[in-house]
Design a protein. Structure first.
Ligand SMILES: Nc1ncnc2c1ncn2[C@@H]1O[C@H](COP(=O)(O)OP(=O)(O)OP(=O)(O)O)[C@@H](O)[C@H]1O
Length: 238
């Protein structure tokens, strides 16, 4: 059984259908990219799968959670338990140091200080930022800040990581660094990852890529099975 299943999902903002007839299945342990023009519905799709917003119509299941059927508190529980988010902007709290920022989701869950610190330092280790744990975010480069934001997203060990343009504000070297971290989380921890990107070069890291246009998924391609990778990129760029 697929880990994520969207069947005929629609999302309206007022009268405007930002997503229409979306059918998509994603397997557990898959690294899936979503591409498409600005305004095509990529962020909307992530926010539905992440339980930040609700479908207007259709069936949406993640693991055993049928999101279209959940009440507010169940949706909160799903999100807190299951999902980590990484955004284009890092949203670190400037007056807190790095490790305190990473601990934040654990405070919300009532984890005690010692355990919290241990888990946060482990998450920082996983993204190569353990040695900067006691710096302030303003003392870090953009790429380093994004790595801290990833540590914060994974500190609760979510099964699903949703990343919306995570490299959008980074230089190409930092972008590769972030992608290598995602690859490790996917390979070594089996974390399912869905990433929105405008950068077609990055799809080489994922298993499959879906293209959205005008709120519809127009096609899903297998990247790992592609015989000619350059041709695939050209086709996606059209
Ligand atoms: N809260 C909202 N209220 C009304 N309309 C919205 C809202 N959020 C998104 N939209 C509209 O829905 C459509 C899809 O937006 P979405 O943010 O999902 O696109 P996107 O593909 O992620 O775009 P980008 O690449 O620019 O981030 C757009 O036309 C947008 O204006």
């Amino acid at each position: 059984m697929a880990f994520i299943e969207c069947r005929d999902v629609w999302k309206y903002y007022g009268d405007y259908p930002a997503l229409r007839e979306v059918d998509l299945t994603i397997n557990e342990g898959e690294f899936h990219c979503v591409i498409g023009p600005s305004g095509s519905g990529k962020t909307t799709l992530l926010s539905l799968i992440g339980g930040l917003d609700r479908v207007s119509k259709g069936y949406l299941r993640v693991g055993s959670y049928e999101l279209h059927n959940l009440g507010d508190s169940e949706l909160d529980e799903y999100r807190n338990k299951y999902v980590g988010f990484v955004f284009q902007l890092f949203y670190l709290i400037p007056r807190m140091n790095v490790v305190e920022n990473v601990e934040l989701p654990l405070i919300a869950r009532g984890v005690g200080l010692r355990e919290r610190r241990k888990l946060a330092l482990e998450a920082l280790e996983a993204v190569g930022m353990r040695d900067k744990a006691y710096r302030k975010p303003s003392q870090l480069s953009g790429g380093e800040q994004q790595r801290v934001a990833i540590a914060r997203a994974i500190v609760t060990r979510p099964r699903l990581l949703l990343a919306d343009e995570p490299t959008g504000n980074l230089d190409s070297k930092s972008a590769v660094n972030v992608m290598e971290i995602f690859r490790r989380l996917n390979h070594e921890l089996g974390m399912t990852i869905i990433m929105v990107t405008h950068n077609l070069e990055l799809i080489r890291y994922c298993h499959r890529v879906s293209r959205i246009s005008d709120g519809r998924i127009t096609r899903t391609y297998s990247v790992s099975e592609a015989k000619n990778y350059d041709e695939l990129i050209r086709e996606l760029a059209e």
